[in-house]
Write a protein that binds this ligand. Structure first.
Ligand SMILES: [Zn+2]
Length: 893
């Protein structure tokens, strides 16, 4: 029997990478112009795979809208296959929700062309998250196609890939990548030789036929494909060549007796996983997280719960998510691109965040007006009932008990609070009027309460009363029109303005037990564990709250948590790598000792205490290209603020500095309470356990640095961080044949100047063009890293919600219909990933992050369990049993 060789013509379209989007799109338009002609003209070119991402179609149609019918016709006849994704994302650097929305956007867009390819095509991602098989199953797919990350233990071209919950797909393994059949030769003998050589290369992997992927990065179709395949079949009977689609190939592929792999795919055994992208542009990582929080944790839940269904801002959210999904492209979010690309990525994230935060503010404002009683109210946008520290503005000028006064802010228009008076001439007043908005809100906490205008022969008198209560019934625009009229009639008059600003104060207060997705009056509560600061001898300052104690060692600039010393140790080393991989210089030089340290106290409790450690370091300036050694000297001041709040068991740390040097990696090291052989880190829809090693090969060193989405735990230490962060377990000791780590390092900055580099010690071959990219150095940029530490954390999800997410405070004017405390939705037993409206229906997505069964309850709600395409799986009435690591989407009525 001849071996069947299934040739799948395709192109892999990196939308932006070593060229910006618009430059690559010119090439895309040229490619698809030619492809459509080719497919229509030559029936032997039976099919073409448009890279599994609908963005390729949309990007083309934006330029050639007239081609839509041709594409639809070719898709309908199976000649063009497209989707299921909207974009080929990176799986580790975006949220689980972004992966889901990407898939849903792709499926929805593909529906306009007769549907998407039913294959989880994942050709170029830098490894794969553990829950991907479950997501694919929940969208109705039975197949994945993968390349990078597959471990050495997989020795065939297919395996059963299981998610953490045990659900699985058949994974086709592209042993040498998605371009094994790229650039098909024009000559039939050459083609047969090529296939024969490839069979020798991967023959031991082949279960049956050979999948020959005819395409690679931005490759144009080869018009001779049909002819040369026909001729090659005539020429020999060793191989039976066909031009086919991926789905047709998979339909016939061997699916029995496959070996099984459960969990994430991050091995560098046969292909680069490029693990260093996690830490290459830490500013991008922060912007991703901010935008994800604005949309997923603020705008969607607040709009879903606090606004009437008909006010759901679907189009604005769609625009924001489109930016998020476009940015999720593996070369985009991974920042392994030229600076034009990363600039565009940052701009898209800024837009998504602006939409998210703006919608959240609108929902909160509408909510505040719905409340019956006036006054400040705290709103909890998360599912966890929780407490927290809030900032509120109260009348008067002395902080009540159990609160902490904050520095006074200037009053309206920058004029000090109290009674003020000023006299202006008419032209100045006209200019000021022209610049004022028509609303009564002056700043976050100040509204105009009243305005009175009087006039006599000596001039115009205006009296404005301000207050901290929201007013929207002061007729500001009418008053402005009246003033314009008066000023026009008397252009020489004097205007005397009286400002009446009663004293207010900003205070910090603690509130507790704010219900999940609920609210209550923002009343300062009695502190059981207030923060105190003790200044002992010259070398030590201690901040504590009865639950945790933090002692600063002012000689080294480090600190101890509950007596465990050595937190906050900064270690700066060389990095002669590139955007893809860290690589130490030939001659490294580590700096972990500051030249000098100063410690000051900026807040003293009782609600919040803050200690600022300022350390001066001398770091080498760059890695010299010829000696490959760190060279030169640069002074840098690193400021680390330690913050402890009343009633909290964790300490917040914020480190910031202006990066003075090139070619280096800065990490913060911390001790583990007990030595650990593994870490547990958050990934999309769950947690993943990792050991101390990573599989690699000569072409890519198996560096055991890993991404953690919001938290990582090891040896009794839990670290929550506000952006995806690279970590590594360090200080490894071997005893009794077991290896254990004593420390954990978080990467705060990796500065490199090359998109890809040649001859690196950790990855000798290039992974992309050898292009200098200055932005990767982050030189002269302010770097900020925020994380929280806990030695007694029993629920890292709860800690992440409290350490990263803020409680919201609104000021109700009173007169609405809603009770002053309550909850819109009570969800227990699982983590909430999304809460939004879909076609008017409240959609709730939950997951079980634990390895035991759980019962999810949604009090007083019923509806349906649906899949990721919105298809009903069964009824839901108040509660649902959810398997370990299971994901479920509910439509609630
Ligand atoms: Zn790619």
């Amino acid at each position: 029997m001849p071996r069947r060789v299934s040739i799948v013509p395709h192109t892999h379209w990196d939308r932006e990478w070593y060229e910006p989007f618009q430059t690559f799109r010119l090439r895309l338009v040229h490619l698809i112009d030619g492809l459509l002609d080719l497919l229509e003209r030559d029936p032997s070119y039976t099919t073409f795979l448009l890279d599994g991402q609908m963005a390729v179609v949309d990007d083309y149609l934006e330029v050639r809208p007239e081609a839509e019918d041709r594409i639809r016709a070719l898709a309908a006849s199976g000649r063009l296959t497209m989707g299921p994704w909207y974009i080929l994302m990176d799986e580790f650097l975006v949220s689980g929700e972004t992966i889901v929305r990407d898939l849903q956007m792709g499926i929805q867009r593909g529906a306009a062309f007769g549907g998407v390819m039913d294959v989880g095509y994942l050709p170029d991602m830098f490894g794969h998250v553990a829950q991907m098989p479950q997501l694919l199953r929940l969208a109705g797919f039975e197949h994945a196609v993968v390349w990078r990350g597959v471990p050495a233990v997989i020795e065939k071209n297919a395996f059963r890939w299981e998610a953490l919950d045990g659900s699985g797909v058949r994974a086709e393994y592209l042993v040498v990548g998605y371009g094994n059949g790229a650039s098909i030769p024009e000559d039939a003998e050459a083609l047969v030789r090529r296939i024969s050589d490839h069979e020798k290369e991967v023959g031991s992997f082949l279960l049956d036929g050979m999948l020959f992927m005819d395409g690679t990065d931005h490759q144009e179709p080869q018009p001779w494909l049909g002819r040369v395949v026909g001729e090659a079949n005539e020429l020999q009977d060793e191989f039976d060549l066909e031009v086919t689609s991926l789905a047709s190939y998979l339909k016939r592929a061997v699916a029995q007796d496959l070996s099984t792999w459960r969990g994430e795919l991050r091995s560098g055994a046969r292909a680069n996983v490029l693990m260093g992208v996690t830490s290459n542009r830490v500013d991008v990582r922060r912007r991703v997280a901010e935008a994800e929080r604005a949309l997923e944790k603020r705008a969607e839940p607040l709009c879903a719960l606090l606004l009437p269904a008909e006010q759901w801002p679907s189009r604005l959210l769609e625009l924001a998510w489109t930016q998020m999904v476009r940015n999720a492209a593996h070369d985009s979010v991974c920042a392994c691109s030229v600076d034009d690309v990363t600039d565009a990525v940052l701009e898209r994230y800024a837009e998504a965040r602006q939409i998210g935060d703006g919608l959240a503010e609108q929902a909160l404002k509408a909510f505040s007006r719905s409340l019956a009683e006036p006054g400040p109210v705290v709103v909890n946008p998360s599912a966890h009932a929780r407490g927290g520290t809030i900032e509120i503005v109260l009348p008067g000028n002395s902080a009540p008990p159990d609160t902490q006064g904050l520095p006074e802010e200037p009053g309206a228009f920058g004029i000090p609070r109290g009674l003020g008076a000023l006299t202006l001439d008419a032209p100045t007043v006209r200019t000021i009027l022209g610049m004022l908005p028509d609303g009564s809100q002056i700043d976050t906490h100040t509204w105009i309460q009243s305005v009175s205008v009087a006039e006599d022969e000596t001039g115009i008198d205006i009296t404005i009363g301000f207050g901290s209560e929201e007013r929207y019934d002061v007729p500001i625009s009418t008053i402005k029109q009246d003033l314009y009229t008066r000023l026009g009639a008397h252009p020489d008059s004097v205007v005397r303005i009286r400002l009446d600003q009663p004293p207010t104060q900003r205070v910090l207060a603690r509130v507790s037990n704010v219900p999940g997705f609920g609210w209550k009056p923002a009343e300062p509560e009695k502190l059981s564990n207030p923060v105190t600061i003790v200044e002992g001898d010259a070398a030590e300052v201690v901040i504590r709250n009865g639950l945790v104690s933090v002692a600063v060692d002012s000689s080294e600039g480090t600190f101890a948590v509950d007596g465990l010393r050595g937190f906050g140790r900064l270690v700066d080393g060389g990095d002669h790598g590139d955007s893809y991989n860290y690589s130490p210089p030939l001659s490294d030089q580590l700096v972990d000792t500051p030249d000098s340290v100063s410690v000051s106290i900026s807040e003293r409790g009782p609600v919040r205490g803050r200690i600022v450690i300022v350390s001066q370091y001398t770091w080498p300036e760059y890695v010299d290209g010829s000696s490959r050694a760190r060279t030169g000297e640069q002074k840098v001041e690193v400021s680390t603020t330690l913050e402890l709040c009343a009633e909290e068991r964790f300490v917040r740390v914020s480190t910031t500095f202006v990066n003075p040097a090139r070619d280096h990696r800065l990490r913060v090291h911390m001790p583990l309470p007990t030595a650990a052989p593994q870490s547990i880190a958050e990934c999309a829809f769950g947690v993943v356990e990792r050991g101390l090693e990573a599989e690699g090969r000569a072409d890519e060193f198996g560096l055991p640095t890993f991404p953690a989405k919001r938290f990582v735990s090891a040896g009794g230490l839990t670290v929550v961080h506000d952006a995806t962060t690279e970590y590594e377990l360090v200080d490894i000791e071997e005893s009794d044949g077991a290896r254990r780590a004593h420390g954990l390092a978080l990467t705060l900055l990796r500065s490199t100047g090359m998109l890809s580099r040649l001859g690196m010690s950790y990855r000798p071959l290039p992974a992309g063009p050898l292009t200098p990219v200055d932005g990767l150095q982050l030189l002269g940029q302010r770097v900020e890293a925020n994380y929280s530490l806990c030695l007694s954390c029993d629920d890292p999800y709860r800690m992440a919600a409290e350490a990263i997410g803020d409680l919201e405070v609104v000021y109700a004017p009173g007169g609405g219909w809603r009770d002053s405390s309550g909850s819109s939705l009570e969800v227990e037993g699982a983590e909430v990933s999304a809460l939004r409206r879909v076609a008017g229906v409240l959609e709730l997505r939950v997951f079980n992050p634990s390895d035991h069964d759980t019962t999810v309850t949604v009090a007083d709600r019923s509806g349906w369990v649906v899949d990721l395409r919105g298809r009903t799986l069964g009824p839901f009435d108040g509660s649902l049993d959810l398997r370990p690591f299971g994901i479920a989407t509910l439509h609630l009525v």
